[in-house]
Structure formats: structure tokens, C-alpha cells
Design a protein around this ligand. Sequence first.
Ligand SMILES: Cc1cc2nc3c(=O)[nH]c(=O)nc-3n(C[C@H](O)[C@H](O)[C@H](O)COP(=O)(O)OP(=O)(O)OC[C@H]3O[C@@H](n4cnc5c(N)ncnc54)[C@H](O)[C@@H]3O)c2cc1C
Length: 290
Amino acid sequence: MPNFDYAAPATLAEAAELMGSSGTVRALAGGTDLIDQLKSNRRNADLVVDLKRVPELQRLEVDAEGLHIGAARCCSDVHHDATVNALYQGLADSTGLIGSVQIQNRAAIGGNVCNAAPSADTTPNLLTHEAIAVIRGESGTRNVDLVDFFLGPGQTVLQQGEFLQELILPTPPENSASAYLRFIPRNEMDIAVAGVSSFIHVDPSSRKVLKARIALASVAPTPVRARQAETVLEGGVASEELFSNAGAAAVESATPITDVRGSAEYRKELVNVLTQRTLNICMERIGISV
Ligand SMILES: Cc1cc2nc3c(=O)[nH]c(=O)nc-3n(C[C@H](O)[C@H](O)[C@H](O)COP(=O)(O)OP(=O)(O)OC[C@H]3O[C@@H](n4cnc5c(N)ncnc54)[C@H](O)[C@@H]3O)c2cc1C
């Protein structure tokens, strides 16, 4: 591993100052991606700034804006949180399947997002909940819709000196739910061949879909919203046929590659199937049968 300086600030102001240092500065949350990248020389660093001790980056609380998740809060805490399990079920799904319990105890949601892997498991559900990324720099904060955060594999809108402070997820309405499923060839410890998160808000008396959000992992250079599928769903009456049409429409947003983990065609078929399954799980969670 290359030599680098290490700092563990205790305040947000100190973290912002350190992140603005000259040279190659890298944020560290759990280190489950970064340490491996440094060891294998896929990343370099003059300074690594450990963000875990900054209280604002450990937030996990609800206020009028919605749920605040500090960027360094570990996946285990999010997975077991009562609010997340009641209102953001797909996030409980995704944080509970990253790596192993040991990885979830270290890995932060912010690390998963900022690593910007197309296969990142927490991102699709964050997109379906329309998460806002609060980005901190030396001169203050700026907010970016998470859907606009990703530029390509490993690339984000973060500028030199900036880091992710927290994610804000608006409070979902009653009679809504979300779900995340991924396909991996093994039972665990694998990278998603494809992943789908769905969110729907349904009128309980008519079963009309009032709002739908679908997002995909591992089928494009960045996580993507499946907007055609959302259009198919919104205004329709929840049914097997509607969900089947949405699954087919979701495929339109997938531009996958063929690689060792699966062919492009296989990934598209997975998107179709996982979209329908996650929509059905959402309905079960709302408590309305299709
Ligand atoms: C055995 C194993 C299994 C895994 N399984 C999965 C899996 O199933 N699904 C999955 O999605 N991932 C998986 N991963 C990848 C990894 O665990 C996740 O991406 C994890 O969420 C990364 O979080 P972290 O806190 O460890 O990030 P770190 O390694 O600390 O950081 C990751 C990247 O983000 C940057 N960064 C971190 N925090 C910030 C911030 N606040 N602001 C700006 N930049 C920041 C770092 O500089 C680095 O470039 C696995 C990894 C291992 C080792």
C-alpha cells in the first residue's frame, strides 16, 4: 500500500478544512472499498480523511424535511432502524444484503454512494425515494438531487475539496412502500448482475397508482431511473397486467454490457422480472392484494 497521511477530524469544520488540503485527498467512511483500492494501487492518496467521528455524518433521524442519513453512518444501523423499516423498506432490504454482517457494520451508505459503482446496492432505493445529496465544501453546502450525482463508473459531481455530508429522504405518504431486489449467482457476497428498486403510492379504495418510481442497478454506467416504467404505472390500476407492462417498459431504460457475470440480454430479462417482483412486494407491504 502507498504511504499516505491520515486524519480523523471530530468536527464538520475541521473535516471541510482537511478535505480542502492540497494534493490527492480521499474521504474514508468504512474503508471497505477505499482500503482495497489503495492496496491494489487502483487509487492513490496523499491524505485520507476519516469522516466517521464527525457527529453530523453519523445522523440518523427524522425531521420536517424527512429522514437524514449521515454519510458515514454504517449500513447495519440503517438496516435495523425502526423508521427505515416502517417507511423506507427498500432501504432496509438493500442495507441488509451488502457483503456480510461484518461488512455492513463497517460500510457506510455514503461510501456506497460516493464509490459510484453502477452495481451499488443502496443507490436504486435512494433514487426511488428521491434522495437529496447534501454536499459540503469549504464555503458551505449545496444540495443535488441524487439522480444527478453520478457521472459514470466511479465518477460523481463532487468537486475537489467537497464531500457528501448527508442524504435527505422525503417522508413517504401513507399507502406507499418500496422494495429492492438484486440477482446474484451466489446467495451472498457477490456483485449484482442486475438490481431493481420500486416505490409505489396507491389509492387503497381504487388501487390506482398515484406515484411510481423505479430505479435500476448494474445495467448502465450509472444507476438509472426507469422513467418509461414509471409513466406506464402512474394513473393505472395496480394489477398483474400493469406490472407486467411496467417490467417490459423498465427494460427500455437498461443499457447493459455483456461481461463475465451476465449477457446484456440476460440483464434485461432480469430487469423485467425484478421490476414485477418488487412491485408485488410493495403491494404486499402496503397491504393491498393485486
Ligand atoms: C467483501 C465485500 C463485499 C461487498 N459486497 C457489496 C455488496 O453486496 N453490495 C454493494 O453495493 N457493495 C458491496 N461491497 C462494496 C462496499 O462494501 C460498499 O460499496 C460500501 O458501502 C462502501 O462503503 P464504505 O463506507 O466502506 O466506503 P469507503 O471505502 O470508505 O469509501 C468508498 C469511496 O467513497 C469515498 N467516500 C466515502 N465517504 C465519502 C464521503 N462522505 N464523501 C465523499 N466521498 C466519500 C471514498 O473516498 C472512496 O472513494 C463489498 C465490499 C467487500 C469488501
